[in-house]
Design a protein around this ligand. Structure first.
Ligand code: NAD
Length: 357
């Protein structure tokens, strides 16, 4: 199969982990006789430095012309400490999601058995946890009207959802639940927020189309508590942009580390695949970032955008084999991990490539 992939590595460790992701794509192409061609594009701080724009038009054009996007991360400490900066790296990511109509962010949270004891949650609570989050990506407080009053003493962000935005992600979540354990949990704050009341109304309207799926509604505060108390109760979770942002970072602890979690942002066109972590400037340039989230993002790309189920499974199995062999990056190492088994980014990537052969 021929596929054209745009690699947008972005900032910080995005550059380091995406390089490994691309090597895995190359290895898959060789092993399974596919032809993957690549292009690169700028985003975030790297794009601001070069063009003054966190999302150059060229990046959008190249992305639209591709079959899939392998994404790294955006962000730079310069902007984190300057909330008033008008041009910001994250505008690049929000912008590309909007430009490509990527309205659903899929985040599978599954713990590799070998990492059971690396999590801060007790193994007996974690064992068997397997959750698929659907976070809405193009609405909510991220895109609603925002501003300050004239005296600069009051600020506001508007949480806004339209019926069609809730409908399309809810349908995707129900479809996914049908292929899994047929349970859907919708998370909102309908006891307080009007946008959440619309969210719940829409989910309830769609539910009768999927009579085999058991639906529950949870308020976001309760969901945050239940994720840690009893993660195995969840199968598919569908929620809005803000709640999803926070809950999926919390859920990353189920998988042991942010460095293990991949995500897919999909809509009706080109899909974008990225680790859930950010640019991690505290470890940038040290060569210690865990590349496995990027590698697992490649697995999602192969599966969802290219329909290459066997290839995707081979990548996941390779990660599993490397962990079973005892190799760890610093973020998933334990006190008992021998020092020579704690690898840097590139060395971990090489182990994955070896396991793939
Ligand atoms: P972060 O995800 O970059 O890092 C959080 C912590 O996890 C850090 O201690 C980091 O060292 C560690 N970590 C993250 N990924 C790791 C990996 N692969 N291997 C080992 N350790 C890893 O989040 P942050 O520190 O809150 O944000 C840093 C910057 O990233 C900010 O500018 C923020 O805006 C941006 N950000 C971008 C995205 C994105 O591009 N999707 C997501 C979140 C944050």
């Amino acid at each position: 199969m021929k596929k054209h992939i745009v690699v947008i590595a972005g900032d910080g460790i995005g550059q380091e982990v995406t390089a490994v992701g691309k090597q895995v794509l190359d290895a898959i192409a060789t092993k399974y006789n596919h032809e993957f061609t690549y292009d690169t594009a700028l985003i975030g701080h790297a794009a601001i430095e070069e063009t003054g724009n966190p999302l150059p038009e060229e990046t959008i054009t190249k992305s639209k012309a591709s079959d899939a996007i392998l994404f790294g991360a955006v962000g730079h400490p310069k902007y984190d400490n300057d909330p008033s900066a008008k041009v910001r790296p994250e505008q690049g990511l929000l912008g590309i999601r909007k430009a490509l109509g990527l309205y659903a962010n899929l985040r599978p949270i599954k713990l590799f058995d070998e990492l059971l004891s690396a999590s801060s949650i007790k193994p007996e609570i974690l064992r068997g946890a397997d959750i698929l989050f659907f976070r809405e990506l193009t609405g909510d407080v991220y895109f609603g009207e925002r501003g300050r009053t004239d005296d600069n003493n009051t600020a506001y962000d508007t949480m806004i959802y339209s019926r069609y935005e809730v409908e399309r992600i809810t349908v995707k979540a129900f479809e996914a639940a049908m292929t899994r354990r047929k349970k859907l949990c919708s998370v909102d704050k309908a006891n307080v927020l009007e946008s959440s009341r619309l969210w719940r109304e829409v989910v309830q309207e769609i539910a009768p189309r999927y009579p085999e799926v058991t639906v529950e509604h949870q308020f976001v505060d309760a969901a945050a508590m239940l994720l840690i108390k009893d993660p195995c109760r969840f199968d598919v979770v569908v929620t809005g942009n803000l709640f999803g942002d926070i809950l999926t970072d919390e859920a990353s602890q189920i998988a042991g580390s942010m460095g293990m979690l991949a995500s897919a942002s999909v809509g009706d066109t080109t899909g974008l695949y990225e680790p859930i972590h950010g640019s991690a400037h505290d470890i940038t340039g040290k060569g210690v970032a865990n590349p496995l989230a990027s590698v697992l993002s490649v697995a999602l790309m192969l599966d969802i955008s290219f329909g290459m189920k066997e290839e995707a499974e081979a990548v996941v199995q390779a990660v599993d084999a490397v962990l079973k062999a005892g190799f760890r990056t610093g973020d998933i190492a334990e006190l008992s991990t021998p020092r020579d088994m704690i690898l840097g980014t590139q060395a971990m990537g090489e182990q994955v490539l070896k396991a793939l052969l």
